[in-house]
Design a protein around this ligand. Structure first.
Ligand SMILES: Cc1ncc(COP(=O)(O)OP(=O)(O)O)c(N)n1
Ligand SMILES: Cc1ncsc1CCOP(=O)(O)O
Ligand SMILES: [Mg+2]
Length: 199
């Protein structure tokens, strides 16, 4: 299993992808939650072109069909996305797959799909997404890690640079962040700070 970068920002626009690529981020996600089909396609196409040029791995969230059509290398799917998704079609297209999990049952279901990373969240309370799951806490990270073998463990939810050492010490391999970058008064500076800790 390939080793993936620690810092994994989730971005909601082509501009965000452009900024991350320019600053040297190596692994990022395009997470667009609204907009028409063709607008989303256009955003995916532009973002993939920017990422390719910068040699940045870009994960497409949710839009697995567009990801196949636009030649993406990575897709992230949640449990509800998996109900509709054709994972075999993703595999035939050579696409690597990250899957969200929040419970033991979801983890067992996700592992059957041979994922390229497993995400666990929310580790801490988050304002970014309304979830029925409460904060998992650091103990769950170690529990997940013990079951994953070589599969990288990505953690998400309320994680800040200040909390990063604790989640890594608990067994996380990858740290996904939204608001620690997007709500920072200076997102470029925050990305630089993350990269100075985890290049
Ligand atoms: C790295 C990572 N982890 C979790 C998620 C959440 O996926 P999902 O549960 O499908 O929710 P949405 O992001 O689609 O709202 C993620 N996108 N990335
Ligand atoms: C999409 C998602 N899935 C679980 S928590 C979360 C949001 C993470 O955002 P933040 O880093 O701002 O807490
Ligand atoms: Mg989703």
């Amino acid at each position: 299993m390939m080793s993936l970068p620690i810092f994994y920002p989730l971005l909601d626009s082509v501009e965000g992808v452009e900024l991350a690529a320019r600053l040297g981020v190596r692994f990022a996600q395009l997470r667009i939650k609204s907009g028409g089909h063709e607008t989303i396609r256009d955003n995916i196409r532009q973002s993939l072109a920017i990422a390719r040029e910068a040699n940045m791995m870009l994960v497409i969230n949710d839009h697995w069909q567009l990801a196949i059509e636009e030649g993406a290398d990575w897709v992230h799917l949640g449990q509800e996305d998996l109900i509709q998704a054709d994972v075999n079609a993703l595999r035939r297209a050579g696409i690597s797959l990250g899957i969200s999990t929040h419970s033991q049952e979801e983890l067992e279901r996700a592992l059957l799909l041979n994922p390229d990373y497993i995400a666990l969240g929310p580790i801490y309370p988050t304002q970014t997404k309304s979830l029925t799951w409460s904060a998992q806490g650091l103990g769950r990270i170690s529990e997940w890690k013990a079951q994953l073998g070589q599969i990288p463990l990505c953690v998400i939810g309320g994680i800040t640079l200040e909390r990063s050492s604790a989640v890594l010490a608990s067994g996380a391999d990858i740290i996904a962040v939204v608001s620690d970058v997007s709500l920072h008064p200076d997102p470029s500076e925050r990305i630089r700070e993350w990269l100075s800790c985890y290049c």
